[in-house]
Design a protein around this ligand. Structure first.
Ligand SMILES: NC(=O)c1ccc[n+]([C@@H]2O[C@H](COP(=O)([O-])OP(=O)(O)OC[C@H]3O[C@@H](n4cnc5c(N)ncnc54)[C@H](O)[C@@H]3O)[C@@H](O)[C@H]2O)c1
Length: 452
């Protein structure tokens, strides 16, 4: 392994979910990696071997990287520029505060700081998700800023990792996309990814624009698939069908596939919502907004699931929220993550609180973050504690531990045996047999029994 990685020194700029995962995995693969973040507290935490967020398996790699000396953290761009010949940009590209556009200020500041420090030939590789055309702009900016001139080359290598399985996705990616402007850049990226490539990961060398677009297109497709099945859920609710059965049958068609066809509360997190909006905004700028008009509907369907969940809860508590207690299971935007960015679960909990209910939530890992941003909610130490004296229980994030809840035991702690399953993750018959009024998005109110 060492001969594959020899002589290639790497820096990672931005130590968030993406940056820490990328840096720790590269250190695991044998590279020397310096990771820079502008947040001093974060650099201290990471240098002490602690993750500022939750990601399965990552802390182990972080600690191993620190212990071997192959991984270190710093706030100094100068140190990174001096130490590395490949620089990965992993800073955030959140949604702009007042529009659908991506806010590229972290990226601009990263290039403005790094560029003037690049005195010798190097490759700067963007991994952040950006609107198409960004990389070309940054490439010329870099050539102007860097004392090395055009020898400071830019490439784009979009990231497809999923929070919750980020380590596995990084060590064993299902594809590697390299948007490059030269064979030299392609060769460097092939060296960086030599281990996954030797294990058979497909490698796609493209131009910069295609590389940027692959990420936007992939997220748009995934969001569309989720909203498609949730649109079917809306139809099922009025027509009397069962969307979970419908999804299973659709998924059995290999042309469609079962992945991302789970009906429920919809998508959220730090990527899908802002990425489809930034894609729409960019397409409009390019004069082809009509091509992505469907994404507006994808976004609306997604938002309607949250509203529908609030309405369903209101029905279950008798039409009024004040004076009612609502127990909420799950706050993270998805299981195996503590990410609460644009979390459907947290939004539903917060809206119900604003409508006057007393909301008590439990999540296995996301509560410290949620407490900081949503201090108005009450936080419980277990699912049972969240359910205590609740007039209705909501399951909003499909953590595996919630699947194993005992409806009989839980029924003894609630005020009313009423549950709304926002992720279609429980077995309705089991809950109904235990005396619960079990409700879910897109499913009949009662279990249908067929005559045998
Ligand atoms: N999180 C994911 O699952 C994921 C997956 C694929 C792609 N992406 C993309 O990766 C990018 C990063 O996402 P994230 O979730 O890691 O974001 P994040 O907000 O968790 O991390 C961004 C980090 O960059 C740091 N930063 C800000 N400005 C900086 C600067 N000028 N120099 C150095 N550091 C700076 C911040 O302090 C923060 O630690 C985004 O474009 C996102 O769309 C994320």
């Amino acid at each position: 392994m060492s001969d594959l990685t020899r002589n290639l020194q790497v820096s990672v700029l931005g130590a968030g979910y993406l940056g820490v995962t990328h840096a720790s995995c590269l250190a695991e693969l044998g590279f020397d990696v310096i990771t820079v973040d502008t947040d001093i507290a974060r650099v201290k935490t990471l240098s002490a071997g602690e993750l500022p967020f939750s990601e399965p398996g990552l802390e182990l790699l972080l600690r191993r990287g620190l212990a071997t000396g192959r991984l270190r953290f710093s706030t100094s761009y100068r140190e990174a520029a001096r130490a590395a010949d490949v620089h990965f940009i992993c800073v955030g590209t959140p949604q702009h505060r007042s529009s659908y556009h991506a806010d590229l200020s972290q990226l601009s500041s990263c290039i403005a700081t790094l560029g003037p420090l690049l005195e010798s030939p190097c490759l700067v590789v963007g991994k952040s998700t950006v609107p198409v055309g960004t990389a070309a702009g940054l490439a010329s900016q870099l050539a102007q800023l860097a004392p090395a001139g055009e020898a400071a080359e830019l490439a784009w290598n979009p990231e497809f990792l999923r929070e919750g399985s980020a380590v596995e996705d990084t060590l064993r990616p299902d594809r590697i996309v390299a948007g490059v402007q030269s064979r030299h850049a392609e060769e460097i990226l092939r060296r960086v990814y030599a281990v996954p490539l030797s294990a058979g990961a497909p490698f796609f060398a493209t131009d910069l624009a295609t590389a940027e677009l692959t990420k936007a297109a992939a997220n748009s497709f995934l969001a569309t698939k989720i909203s498609f099945i949730n649109a079917m859920s809306e139809i099922c609710e009025v027509a009397g069908g069962d969307v979970t059965v419908l999804a299973e049958i659709l998924g059995a068609d290999p042309r469609i596939g079962a992945a991302f066809l789970r009906p429920g509360l919809g998508f959220g997190g730090g990527c899908l919502p802002k990425d489809i909006r930034a894609f729409m905004a960019r397409a409009t700028e390019l004069g082809v907004g009509d091509a992505l008009a469907f994404l507006r509907e994808v976004d609306s369907i997604n938002a309607r699931r949250r509203t529908r969940m609030v309405e369903l809860t209101r029905d279950l508590v008798g039409g009024v929220f004040p004076g009612r207690t609502v127990g909420v299971l799950g706050i993270a935007f998805k299981p195996d993550s503590d990410d609460i960015r644009d979390s459907p679960a947290l939004e539903v909990a917060a809206v119900i609180h604003d409508l006057g209910a007393h909301v008590r939530v439990y999540d296995p890992v996301a509560m410290p973050k949620a407490r900081r941003s949503h201090a108005q909610l009450e936080y419980a130490e277990s699912a049972e504690a969240a359910a205590r004296e609740a007039d209705v229980l909501l399951l909003l994030t499909e953590w595996p531990e919630f699947r194993n809840l005992d409806p009989g035991l839980l029924g003894k702690t609630v005020a009313e045996r009423k549950i709304a399953d926002g992720r279609n993750t429980l077995v309705p018959e089991v809950w109904r047999e235990a005396g619960w009024d079990y409700r879910a998005l897109g499913r009949p109110m009662l279990t249908v029994a067929f005559a045998t």
